[in-house]
Each structure stands twice: as C-alpha cells, then as structure tokens.
Design a protein around this ligand. Structure first.
Ligand SMILES: NC(=O)c1ccc[n+]([C@@H]2O[C@H](COP(=O)([O-])OP(=O)(O)OC[C@H]3O[C@@H](n4cnc5c(N)ncnc54)[C@H](OP(=O)(O)O)[C@@H]3O)[C@@H](O)[C@H]2O)c1
Length: 493
C-alpha cells in the first residue's frame, strides 16, 4: 500500500509528457461526396533521415481527388485502396511550399528552400516527402499557386505527348479537352516541341486556348472535330467522348492516339472508363496506328523538365479559381462539374483567418451503409463470376450423367459454356454500348447452347472468340483428345 502511494505521488509530480505538434489537414474516413471531408487537427509529420518537411503554401485539385473520395469507379476498391472505407485518410497530391526541416541524409535541400512536387496528403499545413522523389526547387518566376498547379496535370501532359505520343516538331497534334488542367499544359508543352496544335474546347474557352498558343481552336459546341476531314499525327484525349474508331479515322497511318482520361462523376460508376484502354489495346493490334492509354508517373526528372520550361517562360500555368484549405470540398465539387478552366488551386489561409477546425465543413460523416453495400456487391460479383459457374457446371454435369448414363460425362464443357457467355457480356461492355452487351450476350449464349449440344463448330467458334490464348491452347489439346475418344467410342459401337 505504501509502495502504491509513493508511486502515485511520484507520478503526480512527474512532468506531463510533451504534446506532439499538430497541424490542420483535410481528412476523410468514408467514401462519398465531398461532404465526407473534414478539416481536422492531426499530428504534424516528422521527417525521417531521407525526407524533407515542407510547410505547404499552396496545393491543387485534380480529378484523381474526387475519384478517391468517391471511391469510384467502384472496381478500384478491389485494388487495394480499401474495400469498405479508404485506407489512406489524407487527401491531395500536388503541393508547393517551403522546406522547414531536412533529414540527416538529405543534401539536395535546406530549410528555407521553396519547392513543389507531389505527395499524398497535400491538403494539409505540412507534408513530408522523400528528398530523392517527386520534389524539386520552385522556379523563382512562379508563385506558390502556379507551382502547385503543375505536378499531376503537367506531368500527364508531358508524358502523354513525349513518351506515348512521340511528338515531333511540325507534327499536327489535336488536344481534346484543351481548356482543362491537363489540356492547358498540353497545348503549351506541344507548342514547346514545335508542333502545330489544335485545341478542342467550348465557346467560352476559345480565346483562352488560343492565347496559350493553340494554332487552331475547335469549339465543340459548334463543330464536331471528328467530321472535319483533318488528319493528325498525335491525338491527346482528355475527354474520351468519341468512339475509338472515330479517333482512328482522324489519325494519319502512323498516328498515335493517347487516352488520358475522361468521363464524369456519373459516367460508369462501377468500372468507369476502364474498358476503353483494353479496347484500344486490342484495336491497336489490327490497325497501323498506335492507340493506347497512359498513366502518369510522378518523377523528379519530369518535374525538373517542367520547372525548366516554366523558368524559360514556355509554360505558364492557367489558374481558374483559388480556394482556402477549409474550402477544399467546394473546390472538389467545382472540379467534379467537369468544366474547370485550367487548374483549381488551394491556398493556405493566413493563420489569423483560419476557420475553426471541422466547424465550417459539412458534419456529414459519409454514407458507410452505401459503402458497405457497394463492397458486398463487389465481393458478390467476384464470387459470382468465379464460383457460380463452377457450381452450375457441376449441377448440369450431374443432370447430364443421370439423363445419359451411357455417354461420356461433359466434364468442364458446361463451365466453358458459362464462362464464354460471361466473356460475351464483357466484350459487349468493352465495346462501350448497351446494344453491344445485348448482341454479344445473345450471340455467345446461342453459341454456348449449341456447344452444350456437342456441336463442334460451336466449340471451335467459342474458342476462337474467347480472345484468350490460354483457352486456345487448352481447348486445342482437349478438343483433339475428346474427338479421339468420340471416334473410338463410335468405332466400338
Ligand atoms: N492517365 C492519367 O495519368 C491522368 C492524369 C491526370 C488526369 N487524368 C484524367 O484526364 C482527364 C482530364 O483531366 P483534367 O485535370 O484536365 O480535368 P479538368 O481540369 O476537370 O478538365 C476538364 C475539361 O474538359 C473539358 N470538356 C468537357 N467536356 C468536353 C467536351 N465534350 N469536349 C472537349 N472538352 C470538354 C472542359 O472544358 P469546357 O469547360 O470548355 O467544356 C474542361 O476544361 C480526367 O478524366 C482525369 O481523370 C488522367
């Protein structure tokens, strides 16, 4: 008892543990609309030996941000970002700011350096970034807001044009969606490569797109560029609002179509535009043009290329609107409308004007029930596609054996029929139209039915149209074996 009392007294006199420094950041705990975002106080990050601690002065918003908040397309939730709720609770990537502290091994930066780059969690007062990753010195002729608008959008435009489009001086380049975040950088970067640039945008943006260097501007509200009769060497597509065949017709025989993105909040919530890259890849095999999608990689090297272009005055970010940290939900809502004019920027509000944490943001904590239902549906689809055909095939096999006791069992043939039918539906989805889904579904179902009746022509046709080299090999081997067995059985009757 005495010992306990002494311990208690000693504890009472001990100095209270020092409180870890805090910072304000935009946080979300559930998928949903921008209403799920909160301005919260969290622990200020501490740089490790290889990192720099940056006081964020400005950040910028990208469509990626609304994709991750909404957890859309839903299929992304199966890819490690969190099935029921987001694993990463901080938001934002693009930032510009001032180095406040550096780790022991960092030699490229020192406190006081102005930098910009990309790091998850940029909608916060501080970020830590590895010094050897995507962070570089800010050009002196750029404001923090301008520098923060660069990383994702400009890197996407640069890599799309240079690496995928293999852009050359004098080439004719079409940029669909020339007035948005990626588009405004793409027009200027394509000009810096000496290309002849055509930008596509709406009426209100025609003058702006011309002012940043486009040689020709097509107002999509008045003219359909796919019917202009013009041919291009490179098409950079930020909108994906025409069919791949229409884009192909616009390309020179060795032209390149680069799919950057497209599709708004309500376009294909389950798989979004994910089918299009696969269709482009397949189409590319049968045409002389190169059609593909690109995924931007945030690299220090390309940030340096962009910094040099900005320093030389060849690229100047176009900024549409500026919001404060507490207004991030409004900024994202605005971007979700799909008509941003250049970049939407977040500026860190001065300390004396800071808003009360969480108070000015919607108190809505999201719709966990909806997230759970979507997660269950995703699990159901995966299980359904992988397990249900096996079970149905087993049942059909059993029924077949009961009805035709003298016959060889159908083995995995029923399973193949069912998978072929599912493959037909997927092909329809890839072809991007409801009619294609219905037509492919019916064609594959009819083939599967005839195959189930043991018609060899249906088996061969389905195998070919599975577009699956593994199915081609497996079925070729199996088909030969099966036919040999059938001939032997016929001979012995
Ligand atoms: N693959 C990648 O690595 C990558 C990287 C970044 C972004 N992305 C994707 O690329 C797309 C564009 O990104 P962003 O940052 O530029 O988006 P954004 O800033 O929201 O720009 C959207 C632009 O699209 C234009 N637009 C809308 N409808 C159009 C139409 N029918 N024809 C032509 N233009 C139209 C709008 O111009 P008007 O107001 O004039 O209509 C607006 O300026 C998004 O889907 C994004 O997810 C992909």
């Amino acid at each position: 008892m005495t010992a306990l009392l002494i311990t208690g007294a000693a504890l009472a006199q001990a100095p209270s543990p020092s409180v870890a420094p805090r910072m304000k950041a935009i946080i979300y705990h559930n998928y949903g609309s921008p209403d799920v975002l909160r301005l919260e106080e969290i622990e200020k990050p501490v740089p490790n030996d290889d990192q720099v601690l940056i006081r964020v002065r400005a950040a910028s918003v990208n469509p990626l941000d609304w994709h991750v908040i909404e957890g859309a397309p839903y299929i992304f939730r199966l890819m490690g970002v969190g099935l029921f709720k987001p694993k990463e609770t901080q938001l934002g990537v693009d930032f510009a700011g001032t180095v406040e502290a550096v780790g022991r091994n960092v030699t490229q930066f020192k406190p006081g350096d102005d930098v910009f780059g990309g790091r998850t969690g940029a909608f916060a007062e501080y970020v830590c970034a590895r010094a050897d990753r995507a962070v570089v010195l800010k050009p002196s002729n750029m404001t923090f807001e301008q520098a923060a608008s660069v990383p994702i959008a400009a890197i996407t435009a640069l890599q799309g044009l240079r690496d995928k489009g293999k852009i050359q001086p004098g080439q004719k380049v079409l940029i669909n969606g020339a007035s948005g975040g990626v588009g405004t950088f793409a027009v200027q970067i394509a000009k810096s490569f000496g290309a002849d640039v055509t930008g596509v945008c709406s009426t209100r943006n025609v003058d702006m797109v011309r002012s940043i260097g486009a040689d020709h501007v097509i107002d999509y509200t008045k003219e359909d560029f796919t019917k202009s009769g013009q041919r291009y060497d490179v098409i950079l597509d930020n909108v994906a609002n025409h069919s791949l065949l229409e884009y192909r017709r616009l390309l020179n025989p060795r032209g390149k179509y680069v799919l950057i993105g497209g599709g708004g909040l309500n376009d294909g919530r389950w798989i979004g535009a994910l089918a299009r890259p696969i269709t482009a890849l397949v189409l590319s095999r049968f045409v002389t043009q190169d059609m593909s999608m690109m995924l931007a990689q945030m690299t220090k090297e390309d940030l340096t290329v962009l910094r040099d272009l900005m320093q030389a005055g060849k690229v100047t970010p176009v900024i549409d609107r500026t919001y404060t940290l507490s207004q991030v939900p409004e900024a994202i809502r605005y971007l979700e409308e799909g008509h941003a004019r250049g970049k939407v920027v977040i500026t860190m509000e001065p300390k004396n004007q800071s808003s009360p944490v969480s108070a000015n943001l919607a108190a809505n904590s999201g719709t966990p029930l909806k997230s759970y239902l979507i997660a269950l549906a995703l699990i159901g689809i995966v299980l359904g596609v992988s397990i249900v055909p096996v079970v149905v095939a087993l049942l059909l096999n059993r029924q077949f054996r009961r009805r035709h006791p003298g016959y060889k069992p159908f083995r995995w043939g029923y399973y193949f029929s069912l998978m072929a039918f599912i493959g037909g539906l997927l092909l329809g989805i890839f072809l991007e139209s409801t009619t294609a889904v219905i037509v492919c579904g019916i064609i594959y179902a009819v083939l599967a039915w005839f195959f189930a009746q043991r018609h060899r022509w249906a088996w061969i046709t389905l195998t070919i149209f599975s577009f699956n080299p593994v199915a081609w090999i497996v079925n070729f081997v199996y088909l030969r074996k099966r036919w040999a067995e059938d001939s032997a059985a016929t001979a012995s009757i």
